[in-house]
Write a protein that binds this ligand. Structure first.
Ligand SMILES: *Cc1c(COP(=O)(O)O)cnc(C)c1O
Length: 365
């Protein structure tokens, strides 16, 4: 069986170092907001090229805290792609603001920058973009639109740690960015974790307080904050894995390039290689097949597990009943046809070959 993602194997690569550091943290007697979190924040900020990094409990909280810190709330609108993981949209709703869905491009699955301007109103405060599947959005165009209308750009980098667009890392293009360190992400811990990156000192200070009960100083509360901290153990593990992130992303690129070069089947639509390889970190390798279930069953018979990211578009979710009758045709087509092949830094060349052969052998009903 080729599992979609072998998380155990991914982490066992670092077994000795992880066990060492867990013991060190245990013996330190300090488990929340200590030296490991401070050091990780500094190292991750440096990695992204941002001035500030603030550890949080997860990416949904990171996004919500950015929106809250900007004072975006009821009556305000935030533009967001109509095909994203629901968390991007929930962060807007959680603050009482209105998500305004904008269709993606079928070629890249990222927000269609040409469709943003038509959705800007006098209530629009921000554009929340998502570097979906690991591919950087068209940031130059998006930043130009944002500056024309004086909007904040918030990047959801949960799937794109380390992607570089025009010589600048994602997480460093917009005004603020959110990262997830959920175990399955390109940089994942052994539990939940997240971060905000920004160059905005005032925003950084505010989020530093907001994540810790709104407190900048013990028992003094500036804001009505939340408890959303990255813990010492997770930060320590992330510090180990961060040193290998670029290597792992390169391995993902090699596998993606191999799939793109070797998979040849009229029933399968492959993702495009970006003009510049650095723009994609291949969190997911997403293809489109019109008879998706038939295809998934065929691959499963060959011992290959695939997953769908994602089967139901946000506007068709019961959580957003008010949108259920709206139509976003590009997003709906994507959700009906996408299927993700296994891609991970621990796949063997034999496994990669097996996936290529199975996909090439597939025939539609
Ligand atoms: C995983 C993911 C999130 C949420 O991350 P958590 O850390 O689980 O909250 C948000 N946005 C996107 C695009 C994601 O893939």
């Amino acid at each position: 069986m080729i599992p979609f993602l072998d998380l155990k194997q991914i982490n066992l690569k670092y077994e000795e170092k992880i066990i060492d550091i867990m013991s060190k943290v245990l013996h330190s007697g300090w488990y929340i907001m200590g030296e490991e979190v401070r050091a990780f924040e500094e190292e991750f900020a440096a990695y992204c090229g941002s001035k500030y990094c603030i550890g949080t409990a997860n990416a949904l909280d990171s996004l919500s805290l950015i929106i809250k810190a900007y004072g975006i709330g009821p009556g305000d609108e935030v533009i967001v792609p109509s095909n994203t993981y629901i968390a991007s949209i929930l962060s807007i709703s959680a603050n009482g603001a209105t998500p305004v869905l904008v269709e993606p491009e079928l070629e890249t699955y990222n927000i269609d920058a040409n469709k943003i301007e038509a959705n800007i109103t006098k209530n629009t405060k921000a554009i929340l973009i998502v570097h979906l599947y690991g591919l950087s959005c068209n940031m130059e165009e998006i930043m130009n639109i944002a500056s024309k209308y004086n909007l904040k750009v918030i990047e959801d980098c949960a799937q794109a740690h380390g992607a570089i667009y025009h010589n600048k890392k994602v997480g460093n293009w917009g005004h603020a960015a959110a990262f997830s360190f959920y175990p399955g992400k390109n940089l994942g811990c052994i539990g939940d974790g997240g971060a905000v990156t920004t160059d905005d000192e005032e925003l950084a200070r505010k989020i530093m307080a907001l994540r810790n009960y709104g407190s900048h100083k013990k028992y003094e509360n500036l804001y009505k904050g939340v408890n959303s901290r990255l813990d010492e153990l997770q930060a320590a593990i992330l510090r180990i894995k961060l040193t290998d992130l670029d290597n792992e992303n390169n391995t993902r690129r090699e596998i993606a390039n191999h799939y793109i070069d070797k998979i040849c089947n009229d029933y399968v639509i492959l993702p495009k290689k970006p003009k510049n390889e650095e723009e994609h970190v291949w969190h997911l390798f997403v293809i489109r097949v019109s008879q998706r279930t038939h295809f998934q069953n065929f691959l499963m018979e060959q011992g290959i597990q695939t997953l769908v990211h994602y089967p139901i578009p946000p506007h068709k979710q019961l959580a957003y009943k008010e949108w259920n009758n709206l139509s976003y045709p590009t997003s709906e087509k994507i959700h009906e046809e996408v299927v993700s092949l296994p891609i991970s830094p621990v796949m063997s060349s034999l496994q990669i070959e097996k996936v290529v052969r199975a996909v090439n052998d597939y025939r539609s009903q």
